[in-house]
Design a protein around this ligand. Structure first.
Ligand SMILES: NC(=O)c1ccc[n+]([C@@H]2O[C@H](COP(=O)([O-])OP(=O)(O)OC[C@H]3O[C@@H](n4cnc5c(N)ncnc54)[C@H](OP(=O)(O)O)[C@@H]3O)[C@@H](O)[C@H]2O)c1
Length: 281
């Protein structure tokens, strides 16, 4: 086990949900944190709460899709803490709707946040980890990175691509002592569904013949609330990925996520198709 104490860790998407829970957990473990998101007020409040003295938690309000914002994250981390030990790529959101009806601009925007920004931030951080001969990159993927669902496949494809990038990076950085880990959360109660509905509002309003299926899809989400995990279920896995002496390449949680991944592995595609098919409402 490695201690978190004194490690300098960047967490993106820390203003709510999984990122916020991760920041809380890592702060408790004694890490020096750089928390990143667009909502400056939320970040500042979290930083004050976690570190009233303002020495161990640095809030950087930035949009990860913005080149200058990403550079500011890395520059301010180095200025404040002098080094980077880990990057937790967590910022992300979902786009809903039938592929036929989602404007390509919205699809590009989702890839820009969930994939390209993560890649570029990794490109900025990796040289520091590589030259110091140690460090960890933890990417928050999803069970949706293995199981694509109708009406959600824009988001799901961003997470499928993230799986490939993460696997490639793991092999590229291993010779330099840098570990790369993928976390696959299942359904977790956060602001994710609200953010996805907001990002997809125009698509869902003009879903045409798909409208009854989109309504069914949204109703299904509420139906599964009882099964949902808590953000800290995933924060615990991030902590494990950062502290294990030899982290696993991938972690999944909570239990339903492991079960879904197992079913994806053993069931024929036609059966999976039937299980995820949206119903009319
Ligand atoms: N909840 C789930 O069921 C679930 C399941 C599997 C995977 N995940 C993944 O978990 C990660 C965290 O999601 P969550 O569930 O915690 O949702 P959430 O509560 O909506 O949190 C998303 C975070 O990402 C930040 N963010 C989004 N776009 C950003 C941008 N352009 N620049 C900077 N920050 C940005 C948001 O902050 P601002 O709005 O303040 O910028 C927020 O802090 C995502 O990658 C998501 O795909 C979630």
């Amino acid at each position: 086990m490695r201690s978190l104490a004194g490690q300098s860790v960047i967490v993106t998407g820390a203003s709510s949900g999984i990122g916020e829970a991760t920041a809380r957990r890592l702060a408790r473990g004694g890490a020096q944190l750089v928390i990143v998101a667009r909502r400056a007020d939320r970040l500042a409040a979290l930083a004050r709460e976690l570190d009233p003295a303002g020495r161990r938690v640095l809030a950087v309000a930035a949009d990860v899709t913005d080149e200058a914002g990403r550079r500011r994250v890395v520059d301010e981390t180095l200025r404040r803490f002098g080094r980077i030990d880990a990057l937790v790529n967590n910022a992300g959101y979902g786009t809903r709707g039938p592929v036929e009806r989602v404007p390509v601009e919205l699809i590009r925007r989702n890839f820009e946040t969930n994939l390209f920004s993560l890649i570029v931030l990794t490109q900025l951080v990796a040289p520091h980890l590589r030259t110091q001969g140690s460090g960890r990159i933890v990417n928050i993927g999803s069970v949706a990175g293995r199981i694509a669902r109708p009406l959600s496949s824009v988001y799901d494809s961003t997470k499928h691509a993230l799986e490939a990038i993460t696997d490639g990076l793991r092999g590229e950085l291993a010779p330099f002592g840098v570990e790369v880990v993928l976390i696959r959360p299942g359904f977790i109660l956060t602001e994710f569904v609200d953010a996805a509905n907001q990002a997809s509002e125009s698509v869902l309003e003009q879903a045409g013949p798909y409208a009854p299926y989109c309504a069914g899809f949204r109703a299904d989400y509420r139906k599964w609330h009882w099964l949902a995990g808590r953000p800290d279920d995933i924060a615990r896995l991030v902590e494990k990925a950062l502290t294990a002496s030899r982290p696993a390449p991938r972690y999944a949680g909570p239990t339903h996520a492991k079960l879904l991944l197992f079913l994806k592995w053993i069931l024929p595609p036609r059966v999976i198709d039937r299980l995820v098919r949206p119903r009319r409402k």
